[in-house]
Structure formats: C-alpha cells, structure tokens
Design a protein around this ligand. Sequence first.
Ligand code: MTE
Ligand code: MOS
Length: 751
Amino acid sequence: MKNLDSRSHVRGESVYLDDIPVVRGTLYACVFDSPAAHGRLVFINPSEAERSEGVEKIITAQDLIGENQIGGIIPDEPLLAESEVHFQGQPIAIVVAETEELARKAAKKITVEIEALPVITDPRVAAANGDLIIPPKKFVLGNTAAAFANCQHVFEGRAGTGGQEHLYIETQGAYAVHAENGGLKIYSSTQGPTAVQRAVCRVTGLPMHQVEVDVQRLGGGFGGKEDQANAWAGICAVAAQLTKRPVKYALHRMEDMRMTGKRHPYSADYKIGLDRDLNIVAYEATFYQNAGASCDLSPAVLERTLFHATNAYYVPNITATAYCCRTNLPPNTAFRGFGGPQGMFVIESAIAHAAERLGVRASDIQQKNLIDDGDEFPYGQIAESDARTTWTQADAKYDFTRLQKEADEFNASSKYLKKGVATMPVCFGISFTKTPMNQARSLVHVYTDGSVAVSTGAVEMGQGVNTKIAQVAAEVFGLPIEMVRLHTTNTLRIANTSPTAASAAADLNGKATQMACESIRERLFEIAQRLVEAESPEQLSLADGYVRRNGERTSLDWQTLVMDAHLERVNLSEHAHYATPGINFDWSTAKGHPFAYHVYGTAIVGVTVDCLRGRYEVDYVKCCHDFGSSMNTAVDHGQIEGGIVQGLGWMTMEEVFYDEEGRLRSNALSTYKVPDIYSVPETIEILPLQTDRKNLAVFNSKAVGEPPLMYGIGAYFAIRNAVNAFTKGGVVLPFDAPFTPEKVLMGIYEK
Ligand code: MTE
Ligand code: MOS
C-alpha cells in the first residue's frame, strides 16, 4: 500500500509550516546571531536596526518575561545569549518586522562588541581541559585487562567520524498566534510537540494548558527537530507575547545550517584482542563526543554510542568509556541512529585493522563473532539474535564469495580502477534508552457515518507513520483505509508526548491506536451480538465493512452498526495509553533490559574507486533486513533506501567543516555535498529476513526508521578495500570518515 501522503505530496497540496495561512497582522522574526564562537558579550547596539524600515521591535535577553532557558536535559542553553557567546550562530537578538525581508535587512544592522575567549573545537582538547557536560559513562562486561593478556593478537588505533547536516527539505520554523485569555497556539516544525510546549512555557512564563502546539507534518526531521525546533518556537512565542501580534519565523537554508547542531562528530581510541581462531576476546573503546556548546540531547546520544559499541558481535570482555565534551560549536543533536552509527564505526575499524594486519578478510572476523541467541550484550540484555540468520540469508541470496571474487578478478586486470567489497552487519536496539519515554497515547473517534478520526503523539515527517497508524485502525475495524483519517499532532488532543524518534513512533503510537480501536470494537460487538443473534462476542469479527459471525459475512454493515450503537448511547470514542512492557535500565549498574527488541540486518556493499582521481561510485548495496513481518513494504523499502543513501552520504561525501575560529565553512549547498540521484547506487537490493520469531512491534512489524542508515558504513570499508587493492598495503590509511574523494586521493599519494 502506498504512503497516504504520496498523492498530496506530488500535487503540491501537502501542508507544511510555511503553507499555513497567516493571520492578518502577522509579524516576521529574524535572529541576529553571534559572529564569534566564544567571547564576552560586551554590548549590543540595536539602534540602527530599530530605526530600520518596518521594524516593530528588537528583543534581547533582558526583555524576556519568562526564563531565558531552553535546555532540556541540563539547563545550560539560553534562548538568547546574555553575557557570553559560546558558538558562532548563537541567537543574540530577535528582530521583529512587518515582512521577512525587512526583518532580515534590519538584523544585518545590529552590531555587537565581543571580547574574544579561546575557541575549542576539538573534543579531545575539551576533555583534556576537563570541560565535560556530564561525568563520563562506562559499560563493562567481563575483564578486559585480564583478557588482553591472553590474546594471540592485539591491535590498537584511533577512529573518527565527522558530523552530518540534517538537510531536511523543510527548514526549521514556527508560527505563534494568540489565543483567548493570554494563551498561545504554536505551529511548529517539530518532532517533539511537547518539548516545544515546555520550552515555550519556560520562556514565556505561561502554564502548559495555555499553550497549544500543533504539527501537521514535517518536510523531514531526521533527529534535527527532536530538540532543536524548540528555539524557533520559543523565539516566535516570546516575540508574539511582547508585540501582542502573531509572529512567524521560517529559517533560510544558510541560517539553518549556521545556527543548528548536527550529527555529533566523534574521535575514539580502540584496542581489540583476538584469539588464534579470530574470536574477538576483548575490546576497549574510549569515545570523545563533540557535543558542541550546550548539552541538548548529547548525553542520550552518548549512551546509545555505548549501547551499540559492539554492533552485532558478541564480545565477552569489553570496557567502553564515553566523554561528552563541550566545544564552541552549535550544540550537536540527534541524527538518525542517535550515536549508534558512531559506535559501530569504531568496532568496524578495529576489525578492519585486525584483518589487514592478519591478512584475512574482515568478513571472516565479522561472521565468526556475530552475536547468537542467549549471548549477553555489554549492558546485560540477553540477545534474541538474528544476526547470523540475516548474514546467512544474505550470503545465500547474493553469494558473498562470488561478489568478492568478481572484484578480485576485476582488480587483477584493471590498473587504476579498483573494486572494493565490504560486509556490514547491523544490530540496533528499539526503544528509547530512557525507559519512561516509552509511552504513547491515541485518541480515536468513530463518527456516526462510520468514518474514523485518529490523533496520536506521532509526527509524520515522511517516514509514513500516519499510513501505518491508519492501517492499524483500518485493520481492527475491518475497514478500507479511506475510512480512516489521521489528524494533526496536537498537544490539546494528545498530551505529554514523547518525541517521534528512536524509530519507535509506529510501535508506540500504533499500539495505543490498536488498543483504542479494540476497546471501541468491544463495545460495538455487544450491540452487534444482539443484532446478528450471535451467542457471544467471540463469534464476531469485522471485515470489508461488515460484521462477520463465525467468519461468515452477515447483513449488518459497519455504518448501521455504528449508528445503532450511537442511538443506544454507546461511547464511540476512546483515548488509550500504551507503555512498552518489560523494559528497564539502571545506570547505577549500567545493566538492564533497555530494548523491546533489536533489529538485525546484513548488507554487502560494492564500490569502484578511480585511484587516479580519487573519485568513486557505490555500485551496489544488497542487504537482508529484519522487518519482523512488514505492515507496509512500500513504506519500509522507502525507509531502507533512504536510510542507506543517508548513511552513504555520511560516510563518503558529506563533510561538515568548521575552521579554527569555529566558523562553519560548509555553510551552503555549494560547499556541503549530499548524495543526489546520481550518487545513489545503481542497485539497492532488499531481502526480507524469513523468520517466525514474535516481537513487541505493532502487528509484529519491526521499526525500520534508523537501522538501515548503518548499512552505509559498509561503503567506507569497501572504499578502503579498493584503495588497499591499489596500494597493495603500501599506505596505511587512517580510520577517518567521511572518505571524501579528496581523502582517497591524498591517502593514496600521501608520499
Ligand atoms: N524518514 C523520512 N522520510 N524523514 C525523516 O525525517 N527520520 C528518521 C526515520 N526516517 C525520518 C525518516 C528518524 S531519525 C527516525 S528516529 C524515524 O524515522 C522516526 O520515525 P518512526 O519512529 O516512525 O520510524
Ligand atoms: Mo531519530 S535520530 O531518533 O529522530
């Protein structure tokens, strides 16, 4: 079944923030942001801007009625800089004017005096200075010190990954409109309507019941709007409060790139120990996370790096330590995979390192060490593992040996073009690692004409969650999908929502919807039992718009049943609550059962590198992926293809570059390359894992949003293998992603 939004998307009828009709009298905001990455804010001179055409007001920190604070996990992030600035792009003042253009024009006229302070951009330097946002986090299993002593082979090294710009097609933005009695209605392009509501309340001083947040859909979020939509909503709310007029702000692309945080770059040290038979016996990793200037979601991202530090492998002895380092960059934030990919890259580097030294294929080490049923993850959860089955089924379908042989044969007769192949197993835990966040609610109304309206806490951002939730309601009520309509995500209808993140939105909100629909169905069956003279409700079911008795269609159709129930004063609405059962995690021991389940997969990636020019192409990504049993293969394949391409981009061409002054140099699409249609691999093959295993996913259909991104990591190692085929081991390349064409060239011709 198609994504329900595809028709309106193609016709240009889908409604995004910027499509919402503006109320008469609306003003437009523009932020004046810090030109320096670190310094004392000596003074702000807004007078010329104030006199600029169409300007209504200039707002600085002193003007706020509420608290000047939007930090979620730790209160370390002012809405507007007060006495110091901590990154280039940090909001200092808000210009509010009659049009967008006039607001932007005026913002350019603000001047500031900043007394420079030292700029730190390297997380290792921050750690050495003791500038950590939270104390270090650690996972320990077994005893690495003792285990290394008995290892046949031990290798040590350093591995690092770069940042990644979210590049959602729709930039950040918000629109604040007044409601009666001092309330505010906020339209926001956010993955977390409740997070926006809380931030708005904090900066305006309003209680939560005075602030309504409404989200129709996002033109992409990818984690970048989980927490970082709050600032823009806060800015519009404050401006609306102080000017008593509606205020809108939709960021320009370069404002968005400059002022918002990205995927966290990491630098890490690793040490891996193997026995004679290539079993990984011990693994140590120390992660330095570049958190940026304030906390944002960094600690949670850091935790997931630890959770996925051993990827899909069983390692009996592990010590993984992670530092959350404060630097003078925009606060880095959630990005598809949420720290997991950064952790996985390091163990894959360690494996590649060992393989290169030992003269074996990395895939031999990978396959040997895949986690099996009953093995323990470093955080104490016992694996119900399909790591090996995805590997075996992928190998059976794609024939890893043949693909490798093809590359070897090609390389033997090609001087400058070299092919590289790499396998990439993935294991990704599904649930928010912060257990209390694993809850959701759904409000279902059945109207008297039989049509169904559903509201949940899930935000549609292109991933098809609304389609899946509509499918759940249609399935429970036995109705065609057209009878179900998903409504906006709104804090008045659904309160206290968790953000749409952690790939868990369809599971959590889908389950709540299933529960709500089942409750209504139960009440309807009481009425139907009488109408069709069934002995018990157990004999009844709903399909194709009719009531069935013992599987046989009766003459009682859905509309009649619904209307009869209404006339008998039966409640046709339900608000249901779902909380994932059986999950827990205790940070005092760093052990527990944090995930409802894991998603497994194995990909094989093939590339061709032009070793004269450094350019390359990804020829194929072929994977066996664990869907459980997919509810919607069209949507899920879209998620896998998109995830893979986003992962390839992160590993190859996307290079977030800040200079020593903390200025973003890759600040536009001319200097920041993302995959376009030409860089998408010719072949992406997806084989669904054949499995009967039950899981906690909605209708057994496993979460799919983030895990496929990590198949892209295979591209890095495939490029590396191609380069090694050219240099024949003559150069030792650093593990330093992304592997841009420039780095390929410089790597090969280092001397
Ligand atoms: N797909 C599209 N098209 N747009 C997005 O913004 N975000 C990803 C993923 N797929 C995203 C996407 C991220 S980061 C997450 S966590 C999941 O979708 C969230 O949605 P889900 O929980 O419904 O899978
Ligand atoms: Mo996704 S990074 O959990 O929004």
